[in-house]
Design a protein around this ligand. Structure first.
Ligand SMILES: Cc1cc2nc3c(=O)[nH]c(=O)nc-3n(C[C@H](O)[C@H](O)[C@H](O)COP(=O)(O)OP(=O)(O)OC[C@H]3O[C@@H](n4cnc5c(N)ncnc54)[C@H](O)[C@@H]3O)c2cc1C
Ligand code: SF4
Length: 480
């Protein structure tokens, strides 16, 4: 247990904390319990637990953790404040760089922890969990209040897309005093946070709580408006002083092999969108319902999206779940190719993997076959040099394709505005996030390609700096 430390003592955490305290992550709900519902699997840390874990941050002199964090969170500083129970100051410091710590605190990949100096020869500090503890403390104590700008500039900005990039853009530009209107084609705000990521990782009240604050601060949200379809891009150009496009990387990678047209083969996002809608109480018509109940499920794609599908399938009562991946199983710990403080490519065991199912690597799917139009089997091949066990079959009633995303939708908005694309098909901008069309910017996955929530927030923050500067000639919005 942490003792009382005088406020005036200025040192980073407990200088010997890492020698006394071992890394201890928060508790996860028991698998047998959490599989019965879609509630978050992780529990919240107590203040005492976070203070103790924050004491492990060791004043390493040249910290690399905020270099590892794409938004440059002041990690050693707020760890120190948590250790000293200055929760309010920790919250202020955290809010200075992160628009949505309650989201990154839950689902960030924790890039920072891989560059924690303590991680060189011990377990890194529980940075992500400490971040979550700070923001949830702040919400609980009523420290997070709507803070609308004192003065309005009279400039109007349209943001297209309400994922983490669009929301951080909106938050930053509203803070700068502009009138911000967000257009979203879905019926609810949040992008992948709402419709991709399942509740067992991020319950949607967390998102609602933040959106309610953004609304109170003056941001206008227009849902069920597909820009480029219901609303022409030209209209936005006439009505707004600047536009920022943040429509994500929506085109999924397909597997165009024999049998792809069989029923029961779906893209991951089609499956996850439905599952998320069902959890939020929406009714899905039975003729379009994708449900894993009683089925043999195969998820093709070994990444995070695939893992989310595995977790959903188990909760829906799948008979069995197999996740297959074309590439080799990544190493369990750092290799010389990924020396500290680089973010390493490691084999990730998510909470969904802890709940069951089989994972197979080096598997190439060659063909689907079916009965009465429905998929029944995958014909696979092991991608190895060995002669034996090269071909095998997997029986399946439901196949989910989680093979990643190619690029944003090119039809509609991108075509109408005549935007330039990069070699991967993402929207090309100059160094200031502006596309080749004056006053039209782009950020997030649409611009950088499929990525992570914290990178989308980072893009939103950087682009808002550039947009404010474009409109006002100067800006006090941070560069990152
Ligand atoms: C299933 C899944 C799970 C993931 N899990 C994690 C995770 O745990 N941690 C993590 O860090 N990252 C995760 N990611 C990645 C992360 O969610 C994305 O990198 C991030 O959401 C990208 O943000 P964005 O704002 O650029 O785009 P998106 O979140 O994709 O939002 C784009 C929005 O634009 C809207 N839109 C598109 N076209 C139009 C139009 N013409 N008019 C109006 N609106 C439009 C879309 O409806 C959508 O709401 C996951 C991704 C997926 C698919
Ligand atoms: S946002 Fe992600 S990378 Fe940054 S401090 Fe939080 S957990 Fe680490």
């Amino acid at each position: 247990m942490i003792g009382t430390v005088p406020e005036q003592e200025v040192y980073m955490g407990d200088v010997r904390g890492f020698l006394k305290v071992k890394r201890q992550t928060v508790k996860y709900r028991l698998v047998c319990q959490r599989l019965k519902d879609f509630r978050e699997v992780s529990t919240l840390a107590t203040c005492e637990h976070s203070q103790e874990q924050a004491s492990r941050c060791m004043d390493c002199g040249t910290p690399f953790c905020h270099w590892g964090c794409p938004i440059g969170n002041y990690i050693p500083e707020w760890n120190d404040l948590v250790f000293r129970r200055s929760w309010q100051r920790a919250f202020k410091l955290l809010a200075a760089t992160n628009n949505f710590p309650e989201i990154t605190g839950r689902i960030c990949s924790g890039l920072c922890e891989y560059s924690c100096v303590l991680g060189i020869n011990d377990d890194p500090v529980t940075i992500r969990e400490n971040e979550l503890a700070i923001i949830e403390y702040a919400f609980k104590k009523g420290l997070v209040k709507p803070n609308p700008p004192q003065k309005r500039t009279g400039r109007k900005i349209a943001i297209v897309g309400s994922g983490p990039a669009g929301l951080s853009l909106a938050d930053q530009l509203n803070k700068a005093g502009h009138l911000v209107v967000v257009f979203e084609k879905a019926d609810k705000i949040g992008g992948i946070l709402r419709y991709g990521i399942p509740d067992f990782k991020l319950e949607k009240w967390v998102l609602e709580r933040r959106i309610s604050l953004l609304k109170k601060e003056g941001i206008v949200f227009n849902t069920s408006v597909c820009v480029g379809k219901e609303l022409k891009a030209e209209y936005l150009k006439e009505e707004f002083d600047a536009i920022c496009l943040a429509t994500g990387s929506g085109i999924p990678r397909d597997l165009n092999i024999e049998g792809r047209g069989l029923l029961g083969i779906h893209f991951a996002m089609d499956y996850l969108i439905q599952a998320n809608k069902k959890v939020s109480g929406e009714k899905i018509p039975s003729d379009t319902l994708i449900d894993a109940k009683g089925k043999r499920v195969v998820v093709i794609g070994g990444g995070d999206t695939g893992a989310d599908c595995v977790g959903v399938a188990h909760r829906q009562g799948a008979k069995c779940v197999v996740q297959i991946e074309l590439l080799a199983k990544p190493p369990e710990c750092r290799t010389p190719d990924y020396p500290w403080p680089k973010y390493p490519l490691l084999c990730k065991t998510t909470t969904s993997h802890e709940e069951g199912g089989i994972r197979e690597w080096l598997v190439s799917t060659k063909k689907f076959s079916g009965e009465n139009g429905w998929v029944k089997k995958l014909f696979c091949q092991r991608v190895t040099q060995e002669a034996d066990d090269r071909k095998f079959e997997i029986e399946a009633d439901l196949v989910i394709l989680a093979l990643g995303f190619l690029h944003p939708e090119h039809n509609g908005l991108v075509k109408d505005l005549g935007l330039e694309l990069d070699s991967r098909g993402n929207v090309k901008t100059d160094g200031n996030y502006m596309t080749k069309v004056l006053g039209v910017f782009s950020a997030g996955d649409m611009h950088q390609g499929q990525s992570l929530v914290v990178w989308a927030i980072s893009e939103g923050r950087k682009a808002s700096h550039c947009i404010d500067k474009y409109l006002m000639g100067e800006t006090y919005l941070p560069k990152m």
